[in-house]
Design a protein around this ligand. Structure first.
Ligand SMILES: Nc1ncnc2c1ncn2[C@@H]1O[C@H](COP(=O)(O)OP(=O)(O)OP(=O)(O)O)[C@@H](O)[C@H]1O
Ligand SMILES: [Mg+2]
Length: 582
């Protein structure tokens, strides 16, 4: 994990190294000043030597300025390195997410990915800055101050040793407790983000069901949870400051008491005592800083793990070596195909599917909800990989194709479809970025989308809002079909893509397909028998298995499920569907 993350430092290595160096420079300057101070007091004031005072004073000013510069440099490089690191992390995650297969996305969930890209990266960015600036500075400063103090007077400095041991164990105890709560806070953040995302992206449904109060409560609970955890964690930390102050004052008192005796006895100079008192503050402050770094690191490690998971995730679907770059024709073969979304689940979604579809055929697929129609067609363009058997397109196993080639030739209109923000033309050109306006219009004519587009005030330049919220469900479906047609695919799959389109338009679209793209293999998933009865052959799916495969007439004679649904959809009751038949 550390290695994965370190790799993302990339071009920010130099500032990452300069930051701690600057900080150490600052520490050295800070530590030299008390020594010079002692010299001024002892040699200058007590020795009555103005020359020493001026010279040493001048040196002090120079060193103070150097220290200031080093501190500024540390802050500047630290900010630069950590912001750059965060940028690289986000980019690495985003790039890898683009390669994710549907199965990878199922694993992380969308809201989880968003949290990782935002909150987690910010956490790590802050921690990285802190580590660069403090992880070297605090221990270095602690050690240097200790050594300096001991060289002045080992006997007096043993007071510090006791203080450090006492404060050190106290800080360790408190930080340990606080970390426990801080860790829980991050788990609660996930809950909060989920609540926000789910609510905001589905705000229309929330309103339609008047669930605002419920959602408010849910959010309040998640926010309260975080508040409580933070309060609990901070409650531990409040003891830090008073205990720290008490220790510092105790040290100063003891130092002054024993120091004064030693000065009177001639064992110590006044200047030295002054230096020792300055080191006192430095030693204990840095000890506390170390404690804070420890908390920060444990907090960040949860985020770091979550980020590394995304960067390290290997896409489950990728090209093999020397992939086939040409799809010969639009024939499709399923050979003993078995498929499960989750390898560990016992029951596969698709069981022993055997189908042979000729190039250019129009195939209807029909079956109850959850009978795995979508799962079946998603295997063709390799949105998921089979768990057993194989799917072949143009006589070649789909896993042997170059993914881009395959997906260009197998165009799918997904059941859950979205349009993106941009004009209608922009959206259509997802199918083919070089399509001319004439091409786009032709595709829209086939998909019967031209009628409503031309009625819009800006025609083909009408802006679509994010998610396609400013067009109706049926209009969106027709735009999605047009977008898929622009790919000029060898295989076109429509997954329930005309469910929101009225029956006569539905028929018009099918007629246009038959006339304009006769060579394309068409797979049409539908709930209405009328949508598929004109197809060359129809697959009847039932509970993940093929229950029947043949033309409308054949199925009417041989397939019970098909006949029952046909009769109920055309007969008097008219509203029955596959679920009732099944
Ligand atoms: N991403 C997924 N992860 C896990 N299980 C899934 C996933 N998608 C679908 N399933 C399961 O697979 C089964 C088949 O679903 P599928 O979407 O293929 O049905 P369908 O025939 O297309 O239904 P519908 O007519 O409602 O679209 C269902 O039991 C469903 O719970
Ligand atoms: Mg479906």
């Amino acid at each position: 994990m550390i290695k994965t993350l370190m790799k993302q430092i990339k071009e920010y290595k130099l500032p990452s190294i300069l930051t701690p160096l600057c900080m150490i420079g600052e520490v050295i300057c800070e530590m030299v000043i008390p020594i010079l101070m002692a010299k001024i007091v002892d040699d200058g004031i007590y020795g009555n030597n103005m020359g020493v005072i001026f010279k040493t004073g001048g040196l002090m000013v120079v060193i103070a300025i150097l220290g200031l510069l080093a501190g500024l440099g540390g802050a500047y490089f630290g900010a630069n390195a950590s912001a750059g690191f965060a940028k690289n992390l986000r980019k690495a995650m985003f790039d890898n997410i683009q390669t994710f297969s549907f199965a990878n996305i199922d694993k992380f969930s969308t809201s989880g990915l968003v949290t990782r890209l935002t909150t987690d990266v910010t956490n790590l960015q802050n921690a990285y800055m802190m580590i660069l600036r403090m992880a070297m500075r605090a221990p270095a400063s602690l050690v240097i101050a200790m050594v300096a103090a001991f060289t002045i007077s080992a006997r007096l400095s043993s007071i510090y040793l006791v203080a450090v041991l006492f404060l050190g164990s106290f800080i360790f105890f408190i930080m340990n407790r606080a970390t426990r709560y801080f860790k829980q806070v991050f788990e609660k953040y996930d809950e909060l983000n989920e609540s926000v995302q789910e609510n905001v992206s589905a705000i229309r449904v929330v309103k339609a069901y008047v669930r605002e109060d419920y959602e408010n409560d849910k959010f309040k609970k998640a926010a309260m949870n975080i508040y409580n955890m933070f309060v609990k964690a901070e409650r531990n930390l409040v003891f830090m400051s008073p205990v720290m102050s008490a220790t510092v004052y105790a040290c100063i008192l003891l130092m002054s008491w024993f120091g004064a005796h030693m000065i009177v006895g001639g064992e110590l100079t006044t200047g030295n005592l002054m230096s020792l008192l300055t080191y006192c503050m430095s030693i204990l402050m840095n000890l506390m800083m170390l404690g804070m770094i420890f908390v920060m690191m444990t907090m960040a490690s949860a985020s770091a793990k979550r980020i590394a998971e995304v960067i390290e995730e290997d896409t489950s679907i990728k090209n093999k070596e020397n992939p086939v770059k040409e799809v010969k024709d639009g024939s499709i073969t399923f050979e003993h195909v078995e498929f499960a979304y989750n390898q560990t689940s016992e029951e596969p979604v698709l069981k022993d599917i055997n189908l042979e579809i000729k190039s250019g055929e129009t195939i209807g697929i029909i079956g109850g909800t959850g009978s795995a129609k979508s799962s079946l067609v998603n295997l063709i363009s390799r949105l998921y990989d089979v768990t057993g058997g194989k799917v072949m397109v143009g006589g070649v196993d789909v896993r042997d194709y170059d993914l881009e080639t395959l997906r260009d030739q197998v165009s799918v209109v997904l059941q859950k479809n979205v349009l993106f923000s941009g004009s209608i033309l922009d959206n259509l050109r997802w199918g083919d970025k070089n399509a001319t306006e004439e091409d786009c219009k032709r595709a829209c004519r086939m998909a019967c989308a031209d009628e409503f587009i031309e009625k819009m005030p800006n025609g083909y330049n009408t802006e679509i809002e994010q998610g396609g919220t400013n067009v109706s469900g049926g209009q969106r479906q027709r735009l999605c079909i047009a977008r898929a047609l622009l790919k000029k695919p060898k295989i076109l799959i429509l997954d329930d893509s005309t469910s929101a389109v009225d029956t006569s338009t539905d028929a018009k679209i099918r007629k246009a397909f038959a006339e304009e793209i006769p060579g394309t293999t068409k797979l049409i998933i539908a709930q209405r028998i009328s949508s598929v009865q004109g197809c060359d052959r129809i697959v009847v799916m039932d509970d993940g298995k093929v229950n029947g495969f043949g033309s409308h007439e054949e199925l009417l004679k041989t397939n019970d499920i098909y006949r029952e649904v046909y009769e109920s959809q055309t007969g008097a009751s008219g509203d029955a569907d596959f679920d009732q038949a099944g």
